[in-house]
Design a protein around this ligand. Structure first.
Ligand code: FMN
Length: 338
């Protein structure tokens, strides 16, 4: 298995472990928390709507803000091809992205309605226009994140055509979440397809989907053998220390001693309150707690109590009541269904 660093243009991503773009989650406060633990090679912003960026105070909002401690940060864009891409890239100059990722895999109905995500991926001509325009406007590292295709029926030729478009337009790498559009996050990601995917492209492939433990990588070494990197989403929200944990096991990084679950939640709460206005912060606390609750045997109690809380103070009180009682943790938190 290739566990070496990922070299893209001038950049070395070591270890080749990415924290996924997660709308509503991978904002500046969450990235700050993950950065406290380290162990990753790069973090991603949540998807940023190209048009919205033109009116945003880039670098000051929690979606676009980046702290030095975060290290390498990928900025992910959701585009439909009608945007002024050079203007958008001009706006991003302020934050000097380490790389730009194009979202071609989001199946959320709202994104599809706007012509972004899987809608862009489906329309080969429009997809090509956007990747080419990005390539022309941005000389740095450019990646694309995608799924397989709409459905199993005849997916291979369509997928290969999209890979060829990325490659011909000069994309530097592709992240594949091997599920079909309509599957959302159901069934299992098809890790066994990575060998076929990697065989059909010269671009480095970053594997994503259902990876949550070092043992997932170790025990599926054959399936992951040809990939150049790993991207983790939901399990990083459950365990923001996951990259340190995996890096310690696979790359010999510093081991994690023990986790103080209440202290981690408290830190997240504090960071969110620094970066968000109170009316926005509560939603972010609820979203994080939904995943964090997976760490515990009776996690539904934490999840429900925080979801029901009408104010930030009430959410804090409910979470602390649960977490300060040293609740029993599960060995392998599961995110299926979330
Ligand atoms: C709450 C949530 C928000 C997401 N937002 C994005 C996004 O902004 N951009 C994107 O490309 N994928 C997004 N995804 C998909 C993830 O990046 C990732 O591909 C998916 O969760 C599978 O990886 P995992 O099994 O490690 O979570 C999102 C997923 C979740 C659960």
């Amino acid at each position: 298995m290739n566990l070496g660093p990922l070299h893209l243009k001038h950049l070395t991503i070591s270890p080749p472990l990415f924290c996924a773009p997660l709308a509503g989650v991978s904002h500046s406060a969450f990235r700050r928390l993950v950065a406290d633990f380290g162990g990753y090679g790069a973090l991603c912003t949540e998807m940023l709507l190209g048009k919205a960026l033109l009116n945003e105070n880039v670098g000051a909002t929690p979606f676009t803000k980046r702290r030095t401690k975060e290290g390498i940060v990928w900025y992910q864009l959701a585009l439909n091809g009608s945007e002024d891409i050079p203007a958008i890239m001009g706006r991003l100059d302020t934050v000097q992205p380490a790389a730009i990722d194009l979202n071609a895999g989001c199946p959320a109905p709202e994104m599809e309605r706007q012509g972004t995500g899987v809608s862009l991926f489906e329309d080969a001509a429009r997809f090509e226009r956007v990747v080419r325009a990005l390539r022309q406007a941005w000389p740095g590292i450019l990646t694309v994140k995608c799924r397989l295709w709409k459905s199993e029926n005849g997916w291979q030729p369509e997928f290969l055509r999209r890979l060829a478009i990325m490659e011909n337009c000069g994309a530097d790498a592709v992240t594949v979440h091997p599920r079909f559009f309509g599957e959302k996050l159901k069934r299992r990601a098809r890790w066994d397809l990575f060998e076929w995917i990697c065989r059909h492209t010269g671009m480095p492939v970053i594997a994503n989907g259902d990876i949550g433990f070092a043992s997932d990588i170790e025990q599926n070494a054959e399936a992951f053998a040809p990939v150049s990197g790993f991207m983790i989403g939901r399990q990083a929200v459950v365990r923001p220390w996951i990259f340190q944990e995996i890096a310690a096991r696979l790359w010999g990084g510093p081991a994690i001693e023990s986790v103080d679950y209440a202290a981690v939640w408290q830190k997240y709460f504090d960071y969110v309150n620094i970066d968000f206005q109170p009316q926005r912060a509560i939603g972010r606390v609820k979203e994080f707690s939904k995943y964090y609750a997976c760490n515990f045997f009776f996690g539904h109690q934490l999840r429900t109590a925080v979801q029901k809380a009408p104010t930030l103070d009430a959410a804090h009180e409910a979470a602390m009541a649960f977490l300060s009682a040293h609740p029993k943790t599960v060995e392998r938190p599961a995110v299926a269904g979330l």
